[in-house]
Design a protein around this ligand. Structure first.
Ligand SMILES: Cc1cc2nc3c(=O)[nH]c(=O)nc-3n(C[C@H](O)[C@H](O)[C@H](O)COP(=O)(O)O)c2cc1C
Length: 168
């Protein structure tokens, strides 16, 4: 079995989670690449695709990759976001990602919080359309992803890989 973990990350949060997921994948040949370095996905039995939530959605750079995922390919999505966990924003971003990867078989999702760079936060707090999540991020995202998030990411990697290994 061959597994790809790929991610887009601007300030390193999503990359940390990608590395944890990668560590969790066992009993498989595996690769870890930033999305821009991926050279074809045909050979993989499972692809993890990760991104930071940007403006309640998927960053534009990730969209073409999701759209190009071939028919029936097994995909697990992961994301980091400044807003609170379990909130509507991350769910909306995943729903949009799923609509882009409409030919793929999505086998699971995982998300956790990620700190937001201070310069951006100041700017966003002033904008009504962003103020709600930016306030949440300001109050408590600064320590994320933390060890507990990364341990959960690792467990997600292990679980998804096992799912594909045992249910062909
Ligand atoms: C341009 C931009 C827009 C963002 N929009 C959102 C948002 O709508 N909701 C949210 O919860 N976090 C938002 N964030 C916060 C990021 O999702 C969060 O900091 C993430 O962990 C960054 O991941 P990275 O370090 O891998 O780039 C935004 C960050 C940036 C830079």
């Amino acid at each position: 079995m061959k597994v790809l973990v790929t991610y887009y990350s601007e300030t390193g949060n999503t990359e940390k989670v990608a590395r944890a997921i990668f560590d969790g994948v066992q009993k498989a040949e595996k690769d870890l690449f930033p999305i821009g370095d991926v050279d074809g996905v045909e050979d993989y039995d499972l692809i993890f695709v990760g991104f930071p939530v940007h403006a309640n959605s998927v960053p534009p750079g990730v969209e073409p990759f999701l759209r190009a995922i071939p028919e029936g390919k097994k995909v697990a999505l992961f994301a980091t976001h400044g807003s609170l966990r379990g909130g509507k924003l991350a769910t909306t971003a995943f729903e949009y990602a799923m609509s882009l990867a409409s030919k793929a078989r999505i086998i699971g999702t995982f998300s956790c919080r990620g700190k937001v760079k201070a310069s951006l936060l100041e700017e966003l707090l002033k904008k009504p359309e962003h103020a709600a999540w930016a306030e949440e991020a300001q109050s408590s995202a600064a320590t994320h992803p933390d060890d507990a998030d990364l341990a959960e990411g690792e467990a997600f990697g292990r679980k998804m890989a096992k799912k594909v290994r045992t249910q062909p």
